[in-house]
Design a protein around this ligand. Structure first.
Ligand code: APR
Ligand code: PHB
Length: 418
């Protein structure tokens, strides 16, 4: 098989990259390990930054999103009964759109089918080779037979557990990781949301999040020990604990119902540098993982695609390699800012088992400052609605190259969150 770009992974990253490249006449093949139904059955976050909506519109897949997406001009942060509204519109002039990642993925698959894009499901044993040669080779097993694709570029869109990242030699990769000592127990229930906007709740009992998919489908989360399994929690126990973590007025009016999905997700911060090795480019979860507290996972993946797709087109069509040569540095600059925001939101809103009273007071003071300071609320709002893809004229450039400490390459190590 021949392709200009071989894409490993048929999740949001791979699908969006393929759609944008195909619309520009670039030939792609997507290799996906799971079945399409399995991919479409994944329940993920559902908050889209304005930049993400723009990219989906550019890809020609925003029709249903424009009809069914819910515009949110703010969200709430709470500390027991203290509720602080972050007014995105007033503070940034922007809003976010609530639209499930599952729907984004379904819209992308439908668009790729209309274009006749080759997406192979049930692919196994993908290997990458000749990444530093003019043309690279992707080999894989499909329907029991060993196959081979000769391509110009490989996009590693195969998520955290994929093979692409490890195709970069270990002594040339630098990995950064924080694992958090808790998870999120999530429930999807066909009941109206308890509030029109999202509520990020901090309480003595731990974190909770009240979100939604539409006016008749709510998505709720509570912080639980990492060891918890969904089957340990009955629906009644979940609703009771959730009510204890939300402001009493909100809890009183909350409608409860059956869980149609219940799962526990771990929380992790992770970055792997660089994002490029020869003809291989890492995109989305293959390169980075953020805790869901900042709703950045899908949005960061889309930002990577924003930087990469035009760079690949320029290289293939005009032999202009500027974009691909700058991809890793450009994407990482924005990735690290989103990484910081997601880490900060996680530290601010979750209780740590061994935390002392000082840590609790720090959290309360942070939330109290947000209530009192428009500047603090603007900082949070700017990050939540999404930083610009490109530095704006208002950004003050560093007066000298950013002092990246020159440390020897080191293996990744899971560092307990301090
Ligand atoms: N071969 C082929 N496909 C693979 C392989 C492999 N070896 N390993 C993983 N995959 C597939 C997975 O089955 C999955 O469908 O790659 C895809 C990766 O998709 P995601 O994990 O969704 O990552 P990404 O497309 O970058 O999207 C990021 O998805 O998981 C959420 O929170 C995350 O919102 C973020 C978004
Ligand atoms: C969700 O609706 O699933 C969701 C929303 C916001 C987050 C995380 C998850 O920060």
């Amino acid at each position: 098989m021949q392709a200009e770009v071989a894409i490993i992974g048929g999740g949001p990253s791979g699908l969006l990259l393929s759609q944008l490249l195909n619309r520009a006449g670039i030939e792609t093949v997507i290799l996906e390990r799971a079945s399409r139904n399995h991919v479409l059955g994944r329940i993920r976050a559902g908050v889209l930054e304005a930049g993400t909506v723009d990219m989906l519109r550019e890809a020609g897949v925003s029709g249903r999103l424009d009809r069914e997406g819910i515009l949110h001009e703010g969200c709430y942060l709470t500390d027991n009964d203290l509720m602080v509204r972050i007014d995105f519109r007033a503070l940034t002039g922007k809003h976010v759109t609530v639209y499930g990642q599952t729907e984004v993925t379904a819209d992308l698959y439908m668009a790729l089918d209309e274009l006749g894009t080759t997406v192979l499901h049930g692919v196994e044993d993908v290997t990458l080779s000749d990444l530093e040669q003019p043309r690279s080779v992707v080999e894989f097993t499909y329907e029991g037979a060993r196959k081979r694709i000769d391509c110009l570029f490989v996009a590693g869109c195969d998520g955290f557990h994929g093979v692409s990242r490890n195709a970069i030699p270990g002594d040339r990769r630098r990995e950064f990781e924080r694992t958090y000592p808790f998870g999120w127990l999530g429930v999807l229930s066909p009941v109206p949301p308890c509030e029109e906007e999202l509520i990020y709740a901090n309480s003595e009992r731990g974190f909770a999040l009240a979100s939604m998919r539409n006016q008749n489908l709510s998505r709720y989360y509570i912080q639980v020990p990492m060891s918890d399994r969904p089957e340990q929690w009955s629906d009644d126990e979940f609703w009771t604990e959730l009510r204890r973590r939300l402001p009493s007025e909100t809890a009183a009016r909350m409608q409860t119902g059956p869980s149609i999905e219940k799962s526990v997700a771990p929380l992790r911060s992770f970055v792997s540098e660089p994002l490029r090795w020869g003809n291989l480019f890492l995109v989305g979860d293959a390169a980075h993982i953020v805790p869901p507290t900042g709703a950045k996972g899908l949005n960061l993946a889309v930002a990577d695609v924003h930087y990469l797709y035009q760079a690949l087109i320029d290289s293939i069509r005009s032999n202009d390699r500027t974009g691909i040569d700058n991809y890793s540095e450009r994407a990482l600059t924005r990735i690290w800012k989103a990484m910081r925001f997601s880490w900060q939101m996680t530290m601010m809103l979750h209780r740590f088992e061994d935390e002392d009273d000082f840590a609790s007071e720090m959290r309360r003071a942070t939330l109290g400052h947000l209530a009192a300071s428009e500047t603090a609320r603007r900082d949070l709002a700017e990050n939540y609605v999404g930083l610009p893809f490109w530095p704006t004229g208002k950004d003050v450039p560093w007066t000298r190259p950013f002092p990246r400490l020159s440390r020897p390459w080191r293996e990744s190590r899971a560092v307990p969150c301090s």
